[in-house]
Design a protein around this ligand. Structure first.
Ligand SMILES: Cc1cc2nc3c(=O)[nH]c(=O)nc-3n(C[C@H](O)[C@H](O)[C@H](O)COP(=O)(O)OP(=O)(O)OC[C@H]3O[C@@H](n4cnc5c(N)ncnc54)[C@H](O)[C@@H]3O)c2cc1C
Length: 220
């Protein structure tokens, strides 16, 4: 399926390191699907607050949740959400050319509070299954009281940007190439570990398949 490219707006247009930008919505989706933690930036009482939080998504919107008491989840105000995956260090000949190989996404917009009960449950399901596919069906569903204590925000994925850097340092063909120094990249990967069973569980409780199968697989 061909996806519409990301629109370039005044907010999303890259001004520096433009060659690392991508307008491919598939790149945005891949970055969002590779992780489950974002940083939500919002101005509260005149001061910026950047809050790490988990997310889920569908084709149109990103979902964020938290306590109804959370000031960062008020909705209806401009926010900026980033998702970042670090793929390695770029160790160049000169300190100036050092960098990071990464995939990152930035989403701008005004999040809306989801109030319709069915939509709220569907959004929370997306969010839960985004981090751990299959977990919504396995775990107990939220009670009415728990739902009432939870805010769910939906943020449109329309105004979003992507930046990706990969490959070796940029100074391999410059004057510093003759210095005789080692240069290259130091890749970084994260891998899911073995599930650690809650010590208070009865011994016969098996690790569910949807959790067990992630051991040894790559994160992000
Ligand atoms: C792990 C990591 C480490 C980095 N380290 C450095 C560093 O040390 N120094 C440095 O100068 N840069 C670094 N960058 C790149 C940095 O994120 C910015 O892209 C770059 O600095 C340009 O910033 P700017 O304020 O000029 O953005 P502008 O180009 O003015 O931003 C305009 C618009 O471009 C989009 N945009 C900008 N940056 C990103 C991004 N990273 N991902 C998605 N969309 C984006 C946004 O929509 C933004 O509103 C790093 C990026 C990552 C992911």
């Amino acid at each position: 399926m061909t996806l519409d490219p990301l629109p370039e707006t005044d907010l999303t247009r890259h001004r520096r390191l433009r060659d690392q930008g991508s307008l491919d919505r598939a790149d945005l989706n891949a970055i969002l699907d590779a992780g489950f933690v974002c940083h939500l930036g919002v101005v509260i009482e005149g001061r910026p607050l950047v809050v790490p939080t988990v997310y889920g998504r569908d084709d149109q919107e990103l979902y964020l949740h938290g306590s109804v008491a959370s000031r960062s989840l008020s909705g209806g105000v401009p926010v900026c959400v980033t998702v970042t995956h670090v793929d390695g260090l770029v160790l160049a000949r000169s300190v100036f050319e050092h960098g990071v190989n990464y995939r990152s996404a930035m989403i701008h917009g005004e999040a809306r509070k989801v109030t319709d009960p069915e939509e709220k449950l569907a959004g929370l399901r997306r969010l839960t299954d985004h981090a751990t596919p299959g977990q919504w069906s396995y775990a107990r569903s939220p009670s009415r009281k728990e739902l009432a204590a939870t805010t769910l925000l939906a943020l449109s994925l329309e105004e979003a940007s992507v930046k990706i850097r990969s490959g070796p340092p940029d100074d391999g063909d410059g004057p510093d190439a003759g210095l005789g120094l080692w240069a290259g990249t130091l890749p970084l990967t994260s891998v899911w570990g073995a599930p650690v069973t809650d010590p208070v569980l009865p011994g016969e409780t098996p690790v569910p398949e949807h959790i067990a199968r992630r051991e040894g697989t790559r994160y992000a």
